[in-house]
Design a protein. Sequence first.
Length: 118
Amino acid sequence: QVQLVESGGGLVQAGDSLRLSCEASGRTFSPYAMGWFRQAPGKERDAVARIVWSGGRTYYADSVKGRFSISKDNAKNTVYLQMNSLKPEDAAVYYCAAARYGQVYDYWGQGTQVTVSS
């Protein structure tokens, strides 16, 4: 079983930056991809960014392109989400997830709250 633990959330002002981290532990960790999702109150969970573990190809939601950056540290089994120029609409609970194969995410973290004041 794989456990994912997010950290780095908090309260910031619009225009500030935050870096979220997600550390994986458990059995030998070698996912196909990892992703970041977010869910605001009363809204559906949306995909934010994705990184393929082997090779590092990245994908971003249009709403965060140019502001957010996903990266990974294979040695630490950790994926990061650097969030710059934060907007109030970025406020949400952010979750990381790991996919063993393809587009289906098998493991999820507990989430970390990001609050952005205007």
